[in-house]
Design a protein around this ligand. Structure first.
Ligand SMILES: Cc1ncc(COP(=O)(O)O)c(C=O)c1O
Length: 438
């Protein structure tokens, strides 16, 4: 019985998002090792979590050290040095004014969850704004303020209003500029059904990741931030996937010239260990005791891992590295797009790149099945890459931040090969049998 088959028998489908038969036994750098001994290049980094790649000595050392002499196991009922140093460090690294606090959790989901609850409690305002296509998490309140198609049927927050995320590749049909159309829609909502004085916060992603790796139009987030400020609506920037150096700057929002009130972090913060954070005003995050906590929050092993990740990002200049290697990779993919009509659009920042596949470049009809076949073929050829988007037609490239130019070229060549095979009908659709995707 293979590992993959055992997993099918023993592990729940509820938490699986499988595209091809990957069964991992180890990893080093930007490569995973699978059960057959192959070492595929990983263009996902486990959805952006393995920010330093696999087996990074600084991370392994920090974790081993923290586990050997742990400062307890939790932040709830006693101060610990790793969690306190992590909070101090995140406050230093995150722009903001006034008295601020850091809430530490396990996942992007719980950071957004705690934030939803805290902003409502502290402001007394019942409404939340967010974007269609947004994925802010997979638990209660974080799902309730998300707009991703994968969560259709999930109970939404009664105070939630979703507006479209402006997509430069798919502008409104009436010819309006995508950003202006969304701002006009918001103004109309504020004048009618969504009184702005009832809105606690607007949750944004600086690049809409799971919704399709969509980079918003230039200036849109600046205008949105100004609109929120005018109405006293807190701006919550979800940097869980594209934050912490991935976009080419430490925080992706820096490239938008905005200063969010609250920033949520996760995934890459722990380099593969479960740790997340929300950074924001003390009046929000000190609003009540014992209101949003789980026993192992702030535990010393995960907090130490996060400190090691932040030190590597700074010490190794990983934001600049992501910008440089990401630019090189996006360039290679754009060159590929010149000769591969399946590619409708290549976009992104740093090492957060989306490759949108379309059946027809004129109609821009999403090529959903071709995307699934391309991922399967990439895997056969030695590359792990997944897809995002409301039509599951955008290859999402979020590799470890330590990706080299050579790795980037190797991965781009595999994508080129896979797309050629898909376009030529050389990939048997039967490879998708048994895989749900999303
Ligand atoms: C932007 C964003 N926020 C939050 C989350 C939730 O993070 P997690 O699944 O680690 O809880 C995700 C996960 O994909 C995400 O992309």
């Amino acid at each position: 019985m293979s590992l993959f088959e055992d997993d099918r028998r023993f592990n729940a489908r509820l938490q699986k998002l499988r595209f091809f038969p990957l069964a991992v036994t180890g990893g080093a750098g930007c490569r995973l090792r699978d059960e057959s001994g192959r070492e595929p290049l990983d263009f996902s980094a486990a959805w952006g979590a393995a920010s330093l790649g696999y087996g990074h000595p600084a991370l392994a050392g920090a974790v081993a050290e923290a586990a050997r002499d742990p400062a307890g196991a939790s932040i709830l009922s006693g101060a610990t040095a790793p969690a306190t140093r992590l909070a101090e460090c995140l406050l230093e690294l995150t722009p903001g004014t006034g008295e601020r606090r850091v809430w530490i959790g396990h996942s992007g989901s719980d950071a957004n969850e705690a934030t939803v609850r805290a902003v409502k409690l502290a402001t007394g305002r019942p409404r939340i704004l967010a974007f269609e296509g947004a994925y802010h998490g997979g638990i209660g309140h974080s799902m309730a303020v998300s707009g991703h198609v994968a969560q259709e049927g999930v109970d939404k927050d009664p105070g939630l209003t979703l507006v479209p995320y402006p997509d430069p590749y798919r502008p409104p049909r009436d010819g309006q500029a995508p950003g202006a159309a969304v701002l006009a829609r918001l103004e109309a909502l504020f004048a009618t059904t969504v009184p702005p004085e009832e809105v606690a916060a607007f949750f944004i992603e600086p690049i809409q990741a799971d919704g399709g790796l969509i980079v918003p139009p230039e200036g849109f987030l600046r205008d949105l931030a100004a609109l929120c400020r005018r109405h006293g609506i807190l701006l919550v920037c979800d940097e869980v996937k594209v934050g912490l150096a991935r976009s080419g700057t430490l925080h992706c929002f820096e490239q938008e010239g905005i200063a969010p009130d609250i920033v949520t972090l996760g995934k890459g913060l722990g380099g593969g260990l479960p740790v997340s954070a929300a950074v924001g005003p003390a009046e929000i995050f000190d609003a009540a005791p014992a209101y949003s906590m789980q026993t192992l929050h702030g535990n010393p092993v995960c907090a130490s891992a996060a400190l090691a990740v932040l030190a590597e990002i700074e010490g190794e200049g990983l934001a600049a590295h992501a910008r440089e290697v990401g630019g090189h990779l996006a360039g290679a993919l754009r060159t590929l797009a010149d000769r591969q009509p399946l590619i409708g659009n290549v976009r992104g920042r740093g090492l957060a790149i989306g490759v949108e596949l379309v059946a027809d470049r004129t109609t821009r009809e999403p090529a959903t099945q071709a995307t699934a076949l391309a991922m399967a073929r990439c895997f056969e050829l030695g590359l792990v890459v997944y897809c995002v988007g409301m039509h599951s037609n955008v290859l999402e490239i979020t590799p470890p931040l330590v990706l080299t130019r050579e790795d980037a070229e190797e991965g781009a060549a595999i994508i080129a090969h896979a797309l050629e095979d898909v376009a030529a009908g050389r990939v048997d659709p039967a490879v998708l049998d048994g895989f749900d995707g999303w």
